[in-house]
Design a protein around this ligand. Structure first.
Ligand code: SF4
Ligand code: SF4
Length: 359
């Protein structure tokens, strides 16, 4: 289905979905502080079999991420040539189930001993030595001195237009909400088969071994629906708690909103791994970095983050996106106006979070 206006179809929405909620994250602003992770964790995934779960995580790229090597575990849809021509997704691919070691087992700390027993031991994980966890390879990145590089990649469920998690479920326990395209797990229908976990190429469905059900990011839908004590509509907690406010939240099909403009008009907000063919509705402004330097500190006209690596993450469109942003930065440097730069630097919350434009 598509939204229609006088000029014909514009944004592609999933069948039966009236509007699609979406998020744009500007990777140039992320400082890797994990406030978003903590906000999500304390709100939704404390205890009860959810100890290892981070519906929002922030990983360092290049890096193996959370769960370890998630980009190599498969899932999503095959890039069938015909399917590509027809602008649809191909055949569904069965992925690999991440092991508990890939997610990282929750760590136990000696809090009791230090806080209540008067021990002068240092705070450290107890039991067997951890070998992996979320954010394990923080700030390691790649490249050699003086041109090493890294950036942070915050990740939530993408609430995809073609959610392979939902298609993988034989009981149709995962579904896209008609009103906003949020992908949820019906806890009554779920029988814990974990086909959805294998099916999501972003590894954004988690399995709760205590409940024997799958669980995932819910795009903070109760906040979006104004279910707090003051009935106020709020953006997801990961967005509102982010110190540099790098997330824009709204609807992909809100043609007056910044998300539509960044994704559809300027084409600078990109999907992560578009080759998985699930059509994510979380988009990223790709990262810039200072140019390379010689050992003597002289600037060399070579980009620090190799373009082939960015292309691996965001597809070929990354070249045009980076060039477009550079052109607009130049305009501003020359004292000219740029709507694009205004969109990317706005501090106006009404523009940043547009969740009340549709009934
Ligand atoms: S990111 Fe994964 S879990 Fe989320 S909707 Fe897409 S396929 Fe499903
Ligand atoms: S809160 Fe914002 S800046 Fe901090 S890690 Fe999350 S997305 Fe990055």
């Amino acid at each position: 289905m598509s939204t229609q206006d006088d000029d014909g179809p514009t944004v592609e929405l999933a069948d039966g979905v009236e509007h699609q909620v979406a998020m744009v994250m500007d990777l140039n602003k992320c400082i890797g502080c994990q406030s978003c992770t903590v906000a999500c964790k304390t709100l939704w995934t404390e205890g009860g079999g959810r100890e290892y779960m981070y519906w929002n995580n922030v990983e360092t790229k290049p890096g193996k991420g959370y769960p370890r090597n998630w980009e190599e575990k498969g899932g999503g849809f095959e890039s069938a040539e015909q399917a590509d021509k027809e602008d649809t997704h191909g055949e569904r691919q069965v992925g690999e189930l991440p092991s508990q070691e890939d997610w990282g087992r929750p760590w136990e700390f000696n809090h009791e001993e230090i806080f209540y027993d008067g021990s002068d031991e240092s705070l450290k994980p107890q039991g067997r030595s951890p070998e992996w966890g979320p954010n394990w390879d923080e700030d390691q990145g790649a490249g050699e001195y003086p041109n090493s590089y890294y950036f942070y990649l915050p990740r939530i469920c993408n609430h995809c237009t073609h959610p392979s998690c939902a298609e993988a479920c034989p009981r149709k326990a995962l579904y896209k909400r008609e009103e906003d395209g949020i992908v949820l797990v019906d806890q009554e229908r779920c029988r814990g088969y974990r086909y959805c976990v294998e099916g999501c190429p972003y590894n954004k469905v988690h399995f709760n071994v205590m409940k024997k059900k799958s669980e995932k990011c819910i795009f903070c839908y109760p906040r979006k629906e104004g279910e707090g004590p003051d009935d106020e509509v709020r953006p997801p907690a990961c967005a509102s708690e982010c110190p540099p406010q790098l997330r824009l939240v709204g609807f992909l099909d809100d043609e007056d909103g910044p998300i539509y403009k960044l994704v559809e008009e300027y084409e600078v907000a990109l999907r992560l791994h578009p080759e998985f063919h699930t059509e994510p509705n979380v988009y990223y402004i790709p990262p810039f970095a200072p140019p390379q330097h010689t050992e003597n500190g002289e600037t060399v006209d070579v980009e620090r983050i190799p373009r082939p690596y960015l292309e691996e993450l965001f597809g070929e469109q990354v070249h045009d996106a980076l060039d477009t942003i550079e052109r607009h930065r130049d305009r501003v440097r020359r004292g000219q106006d740029s709507e694009l730069m205004e969109l990317l630097t706005t501090k106006d919350m009404a523009k940043q979070y547009r969740l009340e434009v549709f009934e």
